[in-house]
Design a protein around this ligand. Structure first.
Ligand SMILES: O=C(O)c1ccc2[nH]nc(Br)c2c1
Length: 159
C-alpha cells in the first residue's frame, strides 16, 4: 500500500492545504495528515480541533486519515513505515526552507519528499494570514473550507 504523510500545524487547514491533500489522495493509496503538536507555539485552535476540522473536510476522499504527533516528522514516518512526505510549494520563496528540510529528512532517515506546486489560486495563502484577516472581521470565504470559516467566526466572536 502506497502511503504518504502530509505534516503541518494546520492552524487551521486552508483551501491551499486541502488542494494538496486532495491531489495526493488521488495519487496514493492512503494520505496520513499529521497534525503537529507544538507546545512552544501558541495556536488558535487546539490540536484536537485542528484534527477534527481536517477529518471533517477530507472525509469525502475516503483514503485520508488524520493523526497527531509531536517531535520529528521522520520519527513519525519510521513508526508508521511511511517512506514519503508530500509538501506543497506555494512560491519560490517556499523552496529554500522546504529543500533544507527535505534534505535533512533524507539524511536522517532516507525519507523522501515529493513536492507539489500549489494551485496558483492559493499561492498567497497561509494559516497565519487567514487568522489575521478573520480576527479583524475580514471575509475568508473561498480561502478556507466552510466549516473552518464558521469556526473562525465563532472563535473570534468569543474573544
Ligand atoms: O498555511 C501555511 O502556513 C502553509 C505553509 C507552507 C505551505 N506549503 N504548501 C502549502 Br498549501 C502551505 C501552507
Amino acid at each position: 500500500m502506497r502511503r504518504v504523510v502530509c505534516p503541518g500545524s494546520y492552524d487551521p487547514v486552508t483551501n491551499g492545504h486541502l488542494d494538496i491533500i486532495s491531489r495526493a489522495s488521488r495519487l496514493y493509496d492512503e494520505v496520513v495528515v499529521a497534525v503537529l503538536i507544538n507546545i512552544s507555539k501558541k495556536s488558535l485552535f487546539t490540536v484536537d480541533e485542528r484534527a477534527e476540522m481536517i477529518a471533517e473536510v477530507t472525509k469525502q476522499y475516503g483514503n485520508v486519515v488524520v493523526e497527531k504527533f509531536h517531535g520529528l516528522t521522520v520519527d513519525f514516518c519510521r513508526e508508521r513505515d511511511i517512506p514519503v512526505i508530500v509538501r506543497g510549494l506555494r512560491a519560490v520563496s517556499d523552496f529554500d526552507y522546504e529543500l533544507q528540510i527535505a534534505q535533512m529528512n533524507h539524511q536522517l532517515a532516507g525519507v523522501e519528499t515529493m513536492f507539489m506546486a500549489t494551485n496558483p489560486l492559493y499561492s498567497f495563502l497561509s494559516s497565519s494570514l487567514v487568522k489575521e484577516v478573520a480576527q479583524y472581521g475580514g471575509d475568508v470565504s473561498g480561502l478556507v473550507p466552510e466549516p473552518v470559516q464558521q469556526r473562525l467566526i465563532r472563535r473570534f466572536s468569543q474573544s
